[in-house]
Ligand binder design. Structure first.
Ligand code: SF4
Length: 295
């Protein structure tokens, strides 16, 4: 039996560097984080054990002094204003890719105040709030074609995308806007390739295994979506949130008739799954399998 962890799974570099920054800054004393640093409860708990305290906007408004880490999703200018007013030091861990996108949107808004800035993304998502903030919250957020009624056909459109959307869906929405708007349509595919190409790579990994253990948070929407793609590629895929959920029975059921001696087991995860958790799952698989073979 071989157990392989998918090298392409887990945190993107933006999240990895935000976590590294949090770990470094925690060595200098108390540190708050505005919102969960990542959508993975176990990783949040691990950092909380190191002293990181997650706060919301209400708490930020009440803070006087102290240090607040801004996570990879980025923040609107209003967050920096609140911190400045309250004497709070900002540790900015915004992903450089998101920062660059914020700059582009802000500059486009400055140059074309009469146009419609459109963001293809999920309304209310932290990154989208940060992007909208670059336009004084005038940018129009669209998630699907049903939202296109919000656009005025006679006005020019500058279209951008939240970094984690699907490339195909972005192309479709750009086409749909082209069919409605009489003015100029300038669109920028600002999707981060760090996650956009994950599905194909994940499916290729899953196909090469006899059995796949997908590790993801129960509440993570990204985990649910990627698990679905993984199972489409390999029906012998099981979902776990922690190593304890891996049992010999579950592995055997998923493996079907593949002989245990030659079995290839793959471990993969969502963009919010930490590597250490996948490594613990690997240990657990080896442990339950060895226990079984001694019986
Ligand atoms: S822009 Fe890409 S690298 Fe940065 S946080 Fe988003 S997904 Fe991760």
């Amino acid at each position: 039996m071989t157990v392989t962890i998918d090298a392409e799974s887990g945190f993107c570099f933006g999240v990895t560097s935000a976590i590294r920054k949090a770990e470094e800054e925690l060595q200098n004393g108390q540190l708050f984080c505005l919102g969960d640093i990542v959508h993975n409860g176990q990783e949040v708990e691990r950092l909380e054990r190191l002293g990181l305290e997650t706060i919301d906007y209400e708490r930020l408004r009440e803070l006087r002094g102290g240090r607040v880490l801004l996570r990879a999703h980025g923040e609107p200018p209003s967050t920096y204003d609140i911190a400045r007013r309250n004497g709070v030091e900002v540790i900015d861990a915004s992903c450089p890719v998101v920062k660059k996108l914020q700059d582009r949107i802000r500059e486009t808004y400055r140059l074309h105040p009469e146009a419609q800035i459109v963001i293809f993304g999920k309304p209310g998502h932290a990154e989208v709030i940060g992007l909208q903030g670059q336009t004084g919250n005038t940018a129009i957020v669209v998630e699907s074609e049903a939202d296109l009624d919000k656009l005025e056909p006679a006005r020019d459109v500058y279209l951008f995308s939240q970094t984690t959307m699907s490339v195909e869906a972005f192309r479709r929405i750009a086409e749909a806007i082209r069919g409605r708007v009489h003015g100029l349509l300038e669109y920028h595919d600002t999707i981060c390739r760090n996650v956009a190409n994950r599905v194909e790579k994940l499916q290729a990994f899953a196909r090469a295994q006899d059995l796949v253990v997908f590790v993801g948070g129960e509440k993570s929407s990204n985990a649910k979506v990627l698990f679905g793609h993984c199972r489409n590629a390999n029906s012998g895929t099981i979902f776990v949130s922690s190593p304890e959920e891996i049992t010999c029975k579950r592995l055997q059921q998923a493996a079907g008739s593949v002989p245990p001696e030659t079995m290839k087991i793959g471990i993969c995860g969502a963009t919010s799954t930490p590597l250490w958790l996948m490594e613990e799952c690997k240990k657990r698989i080896e442990q339950v399998w060895n226990t079984k073979s001694r019986q």
